[in-house]
Ligand binder design. Sequence first.
Ligand SMILES: Cc1cc2nc3c(=O)[nH]c(=O)nc-3n(C[C@H](O)[C@H](O)[C@H](O)COP(=O)(O)O)c2cc1C
Length: 274
Amino acid sequence: MEIRSVKTVWFSPTGTTNAVVAAIARGIDAGTPDIIDITRPAGRKLSLQTSAHDLLIVGVPVYLGRIPALAGDWLRTLVAQDTPAVCVVVYGNRAYDDALLELHDILAERGCRPVAGAACIGQHSFSTPGAVTAEGRPDARDCAQAEAFGKNVGEKLRAVTSPVQAPAVSFPGSRPYRMATCHPYREGTPFWNVDFIAVGDSCIQCGRCAEGCPVGAIDPEDSRAIDTKRCITCCACIRYCPVQAKTIMPGIVQDASLRVFTLNKEHREPEWFL
Ligand SMILES: Cc1cc2nc3c(=O)[nH]c(=O)nc-3n(C[C@H](O)[C@H](O)[C@H](O)COP(=O)(O)O)c2cc1C
């Protein structure tokens, strides 16, 4: 089949998922891809329809072994007609559990034909200075592998006359999907039910955190004012603060992030499914 356009969709609060998706798209080599960035509220206001001549690459981070709920909500509005799709999850070196399967199922239900997938490693959003999990990932090696994978996806599709003929892929995971728990919190209590972000005195009220927040949880007039009920603990505000005024809350929350660091030091390789 001829790939007339590549559409990349990502939710990427701290910028690792988009790097992987962009590298895969480069490898496919079918012109400049359309970028549908659903990280921030404005991006999620747009809707998307795709056809059998498009190739869709969808990337989301793994949150507690699942895909982020608001990314899932947006993806369930997608209207696709036999669109070949590449499912991509990026995780912080712990595990991706059922997230890739969940992404596959949503895209298939919306009319896509999942033909390939990837589970890649990204620097953990909860990294703190001195305790950085999967530092610098995806690195140059990961991105080179992602490009090579993209090339193989392109070859797989160009070898058939329609996406319906492209062999489907299967992914690890189980249904019903499980949500990982996060010791030391009570079983089943997600991070986002606690006060997660601390704001230090060095805050210069530049408003970049409010601009970058995927859920509008920070007051644009007061960078210190965080709506903890809306906060999804994605750490975009920490990542984009120019003066490091935002950190993970000391105490139980920081202990949890240190635990992530301690338990997940082993180097993991990306997995490619074709
Ligand atoms: C709320 C939350 C939960 C997370 N849960 C997991 C997890 O279950 N397994 C894992 O390996 N990484 C987990 N991570 C780490 C992210 O998946 C990882 O850092 C990813 O690269 C972030 O993507 P982004 O840079 O596109 O935002 C979690 C991060 C957050 C913010």
